[in-house]
Write a new protein. Structure first.
Length: 351
């Protein structure tokens, strides 16, 4: 079987779940996954698939319908701006004590980010982003009902901008949708940034100890987005729009797009399995690099992509400055089959 795992620094190894390993071992760039799904990693065809039609609301993790109705465009725009305000305020403020980063990653980092970004949100709003709540349908419904009784529009409190969307909702439907958007937006951002930062820590190896000599962490994050992109697969529901693009795709086929595979394309990347942050030196707009799709293509890009790298860099700085140490048996980490691609390890900070 060909080598497919990235060559991380310091002898760290990555072991993928069997189904991901099977995908990485494929030589074809267009292939059938099952009777109703076609996988694509060819850069040109991926661009054509994304351009063939607008993204459906059901294909968007954050802006899929909520409370029985589509999310209005102005609500989505306000949510992006509000989340940006909360992230900007958090980055400018001192982070929570770094001891919160000790534990099992990426979960410790996710909890840390939620405290950092949304600490000012009052109960029960802050419960919307707790893992113990989001993992239980019954608790989620209970908290949702409690939030609908939160102070009426205009009531004063210390809530952040994203929570303010709930408080200031104009009617019952808008409030229910604001609750859904808070939960989805906070989870999507925190989970994604935690996964990216954890992947970067694993790939960096001893470079974590050379912080003073390598002050710019941004190239490390872009190289991590290439080798271990959290958003490793994009899904498109089938339809006639794709049938003319490739003979393998039928009208009834769903299409799975794989940035994880495209980012290893040897026609576009030198030593594609080598972790080489220096390849991004002097690149002013990494998202324009050929065969690189860390946040999606034009017209279907991640709504929070402008927040992810700066927040992940701030999180990495905090972790490295705390003297974080990573622990796994034999220097090996397993990547499970999940919607977000993320390495698993235990960590302990010196703070």
């Amino acid at each position: 079987m060909p080598e497919t795992a990235p060559k991380a620094a310091g002898g760290h190894r990555v072991v993928y779940a069997p189904r991901i390993q099977d995908l990485l071992a494929r030589k074809e760039t267009v292939f059938r996954i099952d009777a109703a799904t076609v996988g694509v990693s060819d850069p040109d065809l991926m661009a054509e698939v994304v351009a063939a039609r607008p993204v459906l609301s059901a294909e968007r993790s954050v802006y899929k319908p909520a409370a029985g109705a589509d999310i209005p465009h102005d609500s989505a725009t306000r949510t992006i701006r509000a989340l940006g305000q909360d992230v900007t305020a958090a980055i400018a403020a001192p982070p929570p004590p770094a001891r919160g980063l000790s534990g099992a990653w990426p979960y410790a980092a996710t909890s840390y980010l939620r405290r950092w970004l949304f600490a000012s949100d009052p109960l029960p709003v802050s419960l919307l982003s707790k893992r113990a709540v989001t993992g239980s349908d019954a608790l989620s419904r209970l908290v949702d009902r409690a939030v609908t009784l939160w102070p009426a529009p205009g009531a004063g409190d210390t809530a952040g901008a994203l929570a303010g969307q709930i408080r200031d909702a104009s009617d019952a439907l808008a409030r229910k949708q604001a609750v859904a958007l808070y939960r989805r937006a906070s989870a999507t951002l925190c989970d994604g940034v935690a996964a990216l930062a954890g992947n970067a820590l694993w790939l960096m190896g001893p470079a974590r100890e050379q912080r003073a000599a390598r002050p710019d962490l941004t190239p490390f994050l872009w190289e991590t987005l290439r080798l271990l992109p959290p958003a490793w697969m994009l899904w498109r529901k089938g339809g006639d729009a794709y049938t003319a693009l490739h003979p393998e795709i039928r009208p009834e086929d769903d299409v799975a797009l794989f940035p994880l595979l495209m980012h290893r394309h040897r026609d576009f990347w030198t030593d594609p399995l080598e972790f080489q942050p220096e390849r991004w030196a002097g690149v002013t707009d990494p998202e324009k690099a050929p065969a690189f799709m860390p946040f999606g293509f034009d017209g279907a890009r991640c709504w929070a992509r402008h927040l992810v790298v700066p927040l992940a860099e701030r999180l990495l700085e905090t972790a490295i400055e705390s003297g974080i140490a990573l622990h796994t048996p034999d220097g090996e980490t397993h990547v499970p089959l999940r919607s977000l691609l993320s390495v698993r390890f235990d960590a302990k900070t010196g703070a």
